[in-house]
Design a protein around this ligand. Structure first.
Ligand code: HEC
Ligand code: HEC
Ligand code: HEC
Ligand code: HEC
Length: 224
């Protein structure tokens, strides 16, 4: 019985250590314990770079703490074969994809926060991923710039009508998820950066929701 209990405990331990993926120590952990070279030299909190329990001036959700970009237009992807007519430029917005662009358009320092800890603005290292002003460096692939017209479309309604119009898209199971396994979310029916990326989990690499080996992520939505 003791042996069985021990085996049970080991199994639980193995399961949780395999599945316990977290933002902590990932490339989105910018604290002193974080996963990039230019992590903070003083701030020990992880979530604070993106969220706060008490917003000061910001009202963006979920409890957003990172200064948003002032970029007014990003452009939108267009093509002759695109069926959706609902793509809206995210410029000047506070939606879920604007949260990503608050760091990834390269115009605002990653340590520009609404509600700082008692340490004040976190001090960041520079000259690897970040430049001397704390922005994602212009030579870094992760600096997407302010042009989204040559990127996969975002910020549009992905519903049954679009799946029918396109003819090669799966019909989302609800306005909250594309797939029955709930691996790929929609945001009130809308496709956003975070439909494909989970900012808290880098287990699949590139913070992807689903591994893209064999293009598995793509064929969660496209029936190609
Ligand atoms: C690099 C930025 C970043 C960091 C760091 C971060 N988050 Fe988030 N978080 C986001 C973004 C962007 C969203 C909205 C997209 C989404 O729903 O996944 C979000 C959504 C959430 C949500 C609401 C949606 C959900 O998944 O339940 C919670 C709760 C949350 N984060 C908690 C945390 C906690 C706790 C930490 C620290 C341990 C943390 N986050 C660290 C960026 C971050
Ligand atoms: C607080 C700033 C911040 C926010 C907000 C943020 N990121 Fe990041 N992100 C970073 C930094 C810094 C890196 C690491 C850059 C590097 O390693 O060169 C990074 C890396 C990444 C990477 C590359 C990971 C890898 O393994 O190479 C992806 C993909 C990514 N972020 C997507 C997102 C998405 C999608 C969102 C919104 C849901 C988001 N990020 C929100 C700062 C941020
Ligand atoms: C339709 C799915 C999808 C959407 C939507 C999406 N991405 Fe990605 N993204 C990917 C995939 C897949 C990769 C990995 C590409 C590779 O490895 O070549 C990636 C790579 C990245 C990278 C790493 C650098 C690079 O260019 O390869 C960053 C940063 C990133 N995405 C951020 C974002 C942000 C911010 C948004 C929203 C503006 C976004 N992504 C929207 C699928 C998506
Ligand atoms: C979350 C669902 C989802 C994922 C994941 C996804 N896509 Fe898409 N993609 C869409 C939707 C919806 C459209 C808009 C289709 C339309 O309106 O015709 C689209 C548009 C496109 C287009 C433009 C089509 C055109 O007519 O110009 C291409 C190409 C594309 N996706 C390729 C990919 C690739 C490659 C991947 C994987 C890296 C991917 N997508 C991942 C949902 C998704």
């Amino acid at each position: 019985m003791k042996k069985l209990a021990a085996l049970f405990a080991i199994t639980i331990f193995l399961c949780t250590s395999v599945s316990a993926q977290s933002v902590v120590a990932s490339k989105h952990d910018l604290s002193t314990g974080g996963g990039i070279t230019n992590k903070s030299t003083n701030e020990t909190q992880v979530c604070i770079f993106c969220h706060t329990p008490h917003q000061k001036t910001l009202t963006a959700k979920p409890l957003w703490n990172k200064t948003l970009s002032a970029q007014a237009t990003y452009g939108t992807y267009t093509s002759t074969s695109l069926n959706t007519t609902t793509v809206v430029d995210i410029g000047g917005g506070t939606g879920v994809s604007n949260l990503c662009m608050s760091c990834h358009d390269g115009t605002v320092a990653v340590n520009s926060l609404d509600n700082k800890s008692s340490l004040g603005p976190p001090a960041m290292g520079s000259a690897t991923e970040l430049d001397a002003t704390g922005k994602i460096s212009s030579t870094n692939d992760n600096n997407m710039g302010v042009n989204l017209s040559n990127d996969h479309p975002i910020n549009f309604t992905y519903d049954a009508a679009l799946a029918t119009a396109d003819g090669a898209l799966k019909t989302p199971v609800s306005a909250s998820y594309v797939d029955a396994a709930h691996a790929v979310p929609l945001y009130t029916g809308s496709l956003q950066c975070a439909s494909c990326h989970n900012p808290h989990n880098n287990a699949q690499g590139t913070f992807l929701r689903v591994s893209n080996a064999g293009s598995a992520l793509c064929i969660t939505c496209h029936t190609k």
